[in-house]
Write a protein that binds this ligand. Structure first.
Ligand code: CA
Length: 235
């Protein structure tokens, strides 16, 4: 099955480079250079039943802000959205992720990084529809959510119920950033969304149990000011 990607990027050179690279990888690419054009492509594709599989969206567009495009697309369609932008302030990233972006990539990025993030986003959405991801493996760490087990090499790792719940939340979105707010909401509940100190404490505990070097994590990654990302699963 060929996956169809809408790429919205006003920088002509970057648009062409990315379109070519994605086509080489086997994606069917529709490229837009403005918010208005992107909306027109979306309307047309949804009306004709040729649904899009992924939206790769720049923020600084000549006729509007990509964030507004994101919000209006998210209000109407469930299609996965990957933001690409030179803007790197944390508050903006958090707002976009909370508004429904699946992931973001700060420019400049490598093509291989973009392709990897696209695969993770698509797989994540696909597995949600088909079967939720319950198994995870990266390095020596293996997690089986169905069996409720975590191994580091041959060793069974004992986690507290809250540690397991936090880890499980990250496994379900492995490879993607999950914001502080999302984690606090899902693990501790809506009344605790501002208690980021819980996260620091529990991430520290998980790192101590799972990382070979907890001060330089390779598994439980920090996205400064935004949230956490569990390294992509190798399963
Ligand atoms: Ca731009």
């Amino acid at each position: 099955m060929t996956l169809k990607v809408l790429l919205v990027e006003d920088d002509r050179e970057l648009r062409h480079t990315l379109s070519d690279a994605l086509r080489v990888e086997g994606y069917d690419v529709v490229a837009s250079s403005s918010a208005a054009d992107a909306h027109a492509v979306l309307r047309h594709s949804m009306a004709s039943g040729e649904s899009l599989d992924l939206l790769v969206l720049d923020l600084g567009l000549p006729d509007g802000d990509g964030g507004d495009v994101l919000r209006s697309v998210r209000a109407q369609y469930s299609l996965p959205i990957l933001i690409i932008s030179a803007r790197h302030d944390d508050a903006n990233k958090v707002a976009l992720l909370d508004a429904g972006a699946d992931d973001y990539l700060v420019k400049p990025f490598s093509i291989s990084e973009l392709l990897a993030r696209m695969r993770v986003t698509l797989r994540h959405r696909g597995t949600v529809v088909l079967a939720p991801q319950t198994q995870y493996r990266c390095g020596t760490v293996e997690i089986d959510l169905a069996k409720h087990t975590v191994h580091r090499g041959p060793e069974l790792v004992h986690l507290t119920p809250t540690e397991f719940k936090l880890l499980a939340r990250l496994v379900r979105q492995a490879g993607q950033v999950v914001t502080h707010r999302q984690l606090l909401m899902d693990v501790w509940g809506a009344e605790h969304v501002d208690q980021t100190q819980y996260l620091r404490l529990y991430m520290g505990q998980l790192r101590a149990k799972l990382e070979s070097n907890p001060t330089e994590p390779s598994l439980l990654l920090t996205e400064p000011g935004v949230g956490y990302r569990l390294a992509e699963s190798l399963i």
